[in-house]
Design a binder for this molecule. Structure first.
Ligand code: NAD
Length: 291
């Protein structure tokens, strides 16, 4: 048996096309062009790549994308003042602070300072609470939104399925579990201290893995026919000295057992950026309807 590959790259392109059409409609109706500003503090090379992708795709969807680069020694007061200025700017509908931040900056305080209606990453406590409660006004984190979309391309009705989310971070695992619960799955969350992980994984119809541990999930951990989504991205060196991206699932084994599976790269990654654009469009539409 060989699993169906879930082509995140192609599906993300569809999401971006839908967003671009929505942007054009909003601009025609209201004159408003959605704007996303990314704040980048310091010079993390991986963050540079992510930010460039986000801004390029924002522009390609017809939105205004900007990067505010701040030096690594920026104080918390300066960063909070920048966020406050963007909160008050009506041309900015989405604000994203790129992580990781330099160690002297308090992530929680920065996230709390972003106006909830512009918090397109969905990390502000108000959006976390709204996501947990399944409220419509919630801005839901981009990666779990993208993952749910991928799952729905192969599973029409998730109701009653057994779902396991491996990884319990605020960015991926926890909001992912809440979304799957919202789809009426029976959901468990596993983490680094879970003792019987292979056994739990074997019971899952839907398995989402977000740990950052390359190859953690083996083929014989899977229920035959399961839908398996690999969120993990780790940069690994090849014998030729190149860098390649590897996921948390042992792909060559899993593809023999799963019903459907995402590759790394080309699975979840492109969906995360596509849903960032989607969240920004939604934020702009809500801003227009509040006028
Ligand atoms: P994190 O480090 O914040 O959390 C990792 C979670 O995995 C923790 O809950 C931890 O308990 C759990 N874990 C670690 N080792 C484990 C093990 N051996 N068994 C079971 N659970 C274990 O990470 P994160 O921010 O949630 O990211 C997870 C992975 O997903 C990383 O590889 C990251 O690069 C990737 N990621 C990808 C995207 C994307 O767009 N594709 C987005 C966000 C994160």
């Amino acid at each position: 048996m060989s699993a169906q590959l879930i082509d995140g790259k192609a599906i993300a392109a569809e999401v971006r096309a839908r967003v671009a059409a929505g942007v054009a409609r909003l601009a025609a109706r209201s004159g408003v062009v959605p704007g996303l500003t990314v704040i980048l503090v310091g010079e993390d090379p991986a963050s540079e790549v992510y930010v460039r992708t986000k801004v390029t795709q924002t522009a390609a969807a017809g939105m205004r994308g900007a990067v505010l680069r701040l030096p690594a020694e920026t104080t918390e007061a300066e960063l909070l003042a920048t966020v406050a200025r963007l909160n008050a700017d009506p041309a900015v509908h989405g604000i994203l602070v790129q992580f990781p931040l330099p160690a002297h900056l308090d992530v929680a305080r920065v996230v709390e300072a972003i106006a909830p209606e512009k918090d397109v990453d969905g990390f502000n406590p108000l959006n976390v609470g709204r996501t947990a409660a399944g409220l419509r006004e919630a801005i839901v984190p981009c990666t779990p939104l993208g993952v749910l979309h991928l799952i729905k391309t192969v599973r029409v009705d998730l109701g009653g399925l057994s779902a396991l989310v491996v990884g319990a971070s605020n960015v991926v695992g926890r909001p992912m579990a809440r979304l799957l619960l919202g789809e009426h799955c029976t959901v468990s969350i596993a983490h680094v201290r879970t003792t019987d992980l292979p056994e739990r994984a074997r019971a899952a119809d839907v398995l989402v893995v977000a740990t950052g541990v390359p190859g953690l999930v083996r083929g014989d951990w899977l229920k035959p026919g399961a839908t398996v989504i690999d969120v993990g991205i780790t940069r690994a060196a090849t014998p030729e000295g190149k860098v390649r991206l590897v996921g948390d699932v042992a792909f060559d084994e899993a593809v023999q057992v799963a019903g459907a599976l995402t590759p790394v790269p080309g699975g979840v990654g492109p969906m995360t950026v596509a849903y960032l654009l989607s969240n920004t469009l939604d934020a702009a539409e809500r801003a227009v309807s509040r006028r």
